[in-house]
Write a protein that binds this ligand. Structure first.
Ligand code: TXA
Ligand code: MG
Length: 300
C-alpha cells in the first residue's frame, strides 16, 4: 500500500506495462486496473478477484479522444461524454474493429464499456502508463465494493503487487452505465449520474446473461475431452495436446487469456465439431469452466 505520489504513480505505471494489475482509486470505488491491450494482464484481474465468470470489464481512458480510438460515438453518446466526462458515467459503445483491446476485456462482445474517470490518481496512472486500463472494483468476487485502500488490502492484500492509497473515494458507488445503440440510450446500471432514463427491463443482465448465447460457437462443443474424436478440433490444456492449447504448461492465467481467441479459432477451423480438454475446477479454472459450460450449452 503506497500513498499516491509521483514516484508511486511511476511504480504503478511500470507494473501496468509489465502486465500486472494495480489497485487504484477512482472517484467511485477503488478499481483493480490492468492493461486492456494485454490479455494476460486482464486475466490476472480475474485471477486476483476469483471472479466466477468472465463479465466484460469497463475500459478507462484519459479523455474523449482516447475513447474515440476504441469505440464509435454516435451524436447522442458524444453529447453525454462532453457533458459528463471526466466523471462517473460509463458508455457501452460499438467497439471499433481496429481497437487494440484484448478480446477477454469485452468477453467477445462487439461492444465496449468506456469511461473517463476524473480522479487525479487514475488520470495520472492512465497518462503515465499510456495504456487503456480495464478495471472492475478492487474486491474479491461477491464481496462489498472498496471505497478505501484498507478495504482493498483486506480483500486482495497479498494477491496484487500494489495498492495506491488516496484516502476514501468521493462517490462510493459504481458509475452509471448507459447502453448506446445508434441514437437510442438505455440505462444498464443505476449510478451517481441520473439521466432520467428508464431502466429498461431485462437490460441489467444483458451483458453477463446474454454472453453465453452471444459467444456460443456455431458447432457442437464437447467438454472434458482427453482426445479428439474424428472430425473434432481439440483445444488442449496441460498434458492434453490438441490442435491448439490453452496452455501447454497448464497455467490457468495463460489459459484464461487465450480462451476467447482459441474458441474463435476452433469455430473457424475446417471441422464439424470442437472439444476442450479438462480444466481443473480451482482458481481461475472455475471461471474458465463457467464460460465453457455456457459456450457448450445448445438450444435456447
Ligand atoms: O465505477 C465504476 O464503474 C467502477 C470503477 C472501478 O471504474 N468499475 C466497475 O466495473 O464497476 P465492473 O467491472 O464492476 O462493472 C462493469 C459492468 C458490469 O456489470 C458489466 O456487465 C458491464 O459493466 N459491462 C461491461 N462491458 C459491457 C458491455 N460491452 N455491454 C454491456 N455491459 C457491459
Ligand atoms: Mg464490482
Amino acid at each position: 500500500m503506497l500513498p499516491v505520489s509521483d514516484a508511486a504513480i511511476d511504480e504503478a505505471a511500470g507494473l501496468i506495462r509489465a502486465g500486472q494489475p494495480v489497485a487504484v482509486p477512482t472517484e467511485t470505488v477503488y478499481g483493480l486496473a490492468a492493461d486492456a491491450t494485454n490479455a494476460d494482464a486482464v486475466a490476472r484481474i480475474y485471477a486476483a478477484k476469483g471472479r466466477p465468470s468472465f463479465n466484460p470489464l469497463i475500459v478507462h481512458v484519459p479523455d474523449l479522444s482516447a475513447a474515440e480510438q476504441l469505440a464509435e460515438l454516435p451524436p447522442r453518446a458524444r453529447a453525454l461524454a462532453e457533458q459528463y466526462w471526466p466523471g462517473p458515467l460509463t458508455l457501452v459503445l460499438p467497439r471499433r474493429d481496429d481497437a487494440p483491446l484484448a478480446s477477454i476485456v469485452t468477453a467477445g462482445l462487439p461492444t465496449v464499456a468506456i469511461r473517463v474517470p476524473r480522479h487525479p490518481a487514475m488520470q495520472a496512472l492512465l497518462r503515465a502508463s499510456g495504456r487503456p486500463l480495464a478495471a472492475p472494483s478492487a474486491n474479491a468476487s461477491g464481496s462489498i465494493s472498496p471505497t478505501r485502500a484498507g478495504h482493498v488490502m483486506k480483500s486482495l492484500g497479498g494477491r496484487i503487487p500494489l495498492i495506491l492509497d488516496a484516502g476514501p473515494t468521493q462517490v462510493g458507488v459504481e458509475s452509471t452505465i448507459v447502453g448506446v445503440d445508434g441514437d437510442q440510450l438505455r440505462l444498464l446500471r443505476l449510478g451517481p449520474i441520473d439521466l432520467g432514463l428508464p431502466m429498461a427491463a431485462g437490460d441489467k443482465v444483458q451483458a453477463p446473461g446474454m454472453l453465453a448465447r452471444h459467444y456460443a460457437p456455431s458447432k457442437p462443443l464437447r467438454l472434458e475431452a482427453t482426445e479428439a474424436r474424428p472430425g473434432e478440433y481439440l483445444i488442449g490444456f496441460g498434458p492434453v495436446q490438441g490442435d491448439a492449447s490453452l496452455s501447454p504448461s497448464g497455467d490457468l492465467v495463460e489459459a484464461a487469456a487465450r480462451l476467447f481467441d482459441l474458441l474463435h479459432q476452433a469455430d473457424a477451423a475446417d471441422t464439424d465439431a470442437m472439444a476442450v480438454a479438462p480444466i481443473p475446477p480451482e482458481g481461475l479454472g472455475l471461471a474458465i469452466r463457467d464460460r465453457l459450460r455456457r459456450a457448450a450449452h445448445r438450444g435456447n
